[in-house]
Ligand binder design. Structure first.
Ligand code: 6PG
Length: 259
């Protein structure tokens, strides 16, 4: 289990530029070595600016998009045209602007009932990763991009929920909130997240600092914070954060405008 790498940048734009460059390099390496780049996208709002960067120059022309295969780390149980849809956000910001093949865009079917959507995604993942064995040998994504909520959740793995314990599914139904605020989600499970070659977290802003400090200090085998449990068994986990979100002790990387 590798030790996380923390990359801290002086401002939001420097983080996004650095992460876009990192993803470009990962894609080129995966395509050179294995003929494709399998990438599980993050949802929420932060990644939208990253996707827009990758859809424009100088990054767009550096990636062979026809050899990129995209998935989602989680999805809301809404139709793909819903403003809440993680698929819609990524489609608008990136996938409508670069030539990823439609057959290589694997969205979670939020319009179905949650259990049917999870079942379909488990089937889709088995087809997309023929060398994996369901459920005992999960797919190994070249990159899983994740965000972190200020409650420590990642993907749709929320603290104290049963989805945290799922070991026999690659995609599962997840609960967010409770009672009248209960919302059903779809999420990749820890076995898949921790089978990745690389996980990259994108965390920005002062509101995330207290939780990021908790997560970076936590014991991944004994923590209530789901984000702290993402520690790929044979892969890397890299945190791309701005100085606002970073613990006080962290030092900044050389941002683009300093090199
Ligand atoms: C979602 C995301 C979720 C997100 C975090 C952080 O569907 O909302 O997958 O896990 O990554 O909530 O979101 P921000 O980065 O936008 O704060």
């Amino acid at each position: 289990m590798t030790v996380p790498t923390l990359s801290v940048y002086t401002d939001r734009d420097s983080v996004l530029q650095a992460l876009a460059g990192h993803i470009t390099a990962l894609a080129r390496q995966a395509i050179a070595e294995r003929g494709r780049f399998t990438w599980a996208l993050a949802g929420g709002s932060t990644p939208k600016a990253l996707y827009e960067l990758l859809a424009a120059e100088p990054f767009a022309s550096q990636i062979e998009w026809q050899k990129v295969e995209v998935f989602w780390g989680d999805e809301r149980t809404v139709p793909p045209d819903s403003p809440q849809s993680n698929y819609r956000m990524a489609h608008e910001a990136l996938l409508s602007r670069v030539p990823v093949a439609a057959t290589r865009i694997h969205r979670m079917a939020g319009e179905l009932t949650p259990s049917a959507a999870a079942e379909r995604y488990n089937y889709d993942l088995q087809r997309a990763f023929p060398s994996a064995v369901y459920p005992s040998v999960p797919p190994s994504f070249d990159l899983v991009l994740l965000g972190m909520g200020d409650d420590g959740h990642t993907a749709s793995l929320f603290p104290g929920t049963t989805a945290l314990q799922v070991e026999d599914q690659w995609a599962a139904v997840a609960a967010k909130g409770e009672g009248k605020a209960l919302e059903w989600r779809l999420t990749l499970t820890f076995p898949v997240l921790n089978a990745a070659r690389e996980v990259a977290f994108l965390v920005l802003g002062a509101a995330k600092r207290p939780m990021l400090e908790n997560v970076l200090k936590a014991d991944p085998n004994d923590t209530q914070w789901p984000s702290a449990r993402v520690r790929p068994n044979n892969g890397r986990v890299v945190w791309f954060v701005d100085i606002e979100a970073a613990p006080p002790s962290a030092t900044t990387q050389r941002s683009n405008n300093e090199t």
